[in-house]
Design a protein around this ligand. Sequence first.
Ligand code: ST9
Ligand code: ZN
Ligand code: ZN
Length: 353
Amino acid sequence: MPPQGQSPPSWVLEESDAATDDKDVAVPVPPSAEKRKLDIVWRNVILFLLLHTGAVYGGYLFFTKAMWATKFFAIFLYLCSGLGITAGAHRLWAHKSYKARLPLRILLTLFNTMAFQDSVLDWARDHRMHHKYSETDADPHNATRGFFFSHVGWLLVRKHPQIKAKGHTIDMSDLCSDPVLRFQKKYYLTLMPIFCFILPTYIPTLWGESLWNAYFVAAIFRYCYVLNVTWLVNSAAHKWGDRPYDKNINPVETKPVSLVVFGEGFHNYHHVFPWDYKTAELGGYSLNITKLFIDTMAKIGWAYDLKSVSPDIVEKRVKRTGDGSHEVWGWDDKDVPPEQKAAATIINPEKTE
Ligand code: ST9
Ligand code: ZN
Ligand code: ZN
């Protein structure tokens, strides 16, 4: 923050400066990270501190005092709320990588509300900005501002003026026309507490769990855990790993992250081919539960028009911009087409010995 009495740095855009056309938006790129304005939202800082403190205690109860049924229930909620983000907010709504019939849209909206990451309409708007303006100040969790900022810091400060200035370039009319999503947004402040906190606290009492354990384990610990693994995609998956598809961008491939976020850690691939419903090149399920879920929904007819990328397009891109780390060894590759394996072998000849 600039010292009091001084005018803010010249790149800081006032709300009224926001132009209607992208070309007219006069927002100079700040010369360095130090000059960025940090308008801390203390309410969020305090709430997230309380949440994380409660979650550490909830984690302790999970491993020491909670009933087995409560532990399984918390894991089940992790699965459902996680799918509400991965299969719902991310792959279905933000990227439209497949289509869903009404029952699936309702189910995913319910799962999504359990995850309390704000309404799908708000989540998808930020995420479309993240892809369109990746690693710039118009990216809500711009990873070039460091691990902490991209993980959680961006939720503790007012958004950068470029996000608000360039936000109008994102077309949200497709999602705004969905009555299910409009309903979720309209009643979010009623629905979210019910599905994220009240029901997860009440249900374990049906098998004799104490309200105390149920609240800290199935509500607080589970919620905070899902938040943090989601945030890892913005932080760790933009930092540590290989870039087999495009070495010129920050997003990376990371299997440990993929495991905990149901297949969303193949982030170098995802930023290069964001319309692929697998968010990964390969077809394996072990590190991509979300794909298993979408494929199952397709089998019963609730999901359709699944979009993917042909192996030859992937191969061309790997050869053109990859960092040379593309390989088949160690992959969950039982359903990789043979010609794709051959292509990968040619790309990395030194790894064939
Ligand atoms: C949470 C979200 O945690 C996490 C998202 C993670 C995304 C990860 C993606 C990775 C890929 C997927 C992997 C999934 C893996 C899942 C695994 C699960 C197992 N465009 O926001 P406001 C304008 S949420 C256009 O208030 P402030 C707009 O006019 C956690 N315009 O900005 C807007 O008004 P309106 C719980 C935009 O005041 C106005 O600005 N939730 C855009 O700077 C004001 O917007 C919280 O903690 C845009 N993108 O405040 C709440 N953005 O909305 C946290 C804004 O009326 N948020 N505008 O149209 C806040 O408190 C505030 O947003 C703030 C900024 C303080 C951060
Ligand atoms: Zn990303
Ligand atoms: Zn995405």
